[in-house]
Design a protein. Sequence first.
Length: 75
Amino acid sequence: MPRRRVPEKREILPDPKYANTTLAKFMNHVMVSGKKSVAEKIVYGALDRIKERTSGDPLETFESALEAVAPALEV
């Protein structure tokens, strides 16, 4: 913790494949011990499976799943 100034917030860059910042944040949460390539394989593999099974846009399914999991009331 610095004594003099507050460190600036880092900007989260969008993921390279889908250009979505929410997906990049999710990958950062999946990441363990700094292994981002492993997290990307897991998330992109899951999105490919969604694309095969539903034959729709996997990002829309991902966003709807996040909305379903999020709390309805913010305190």
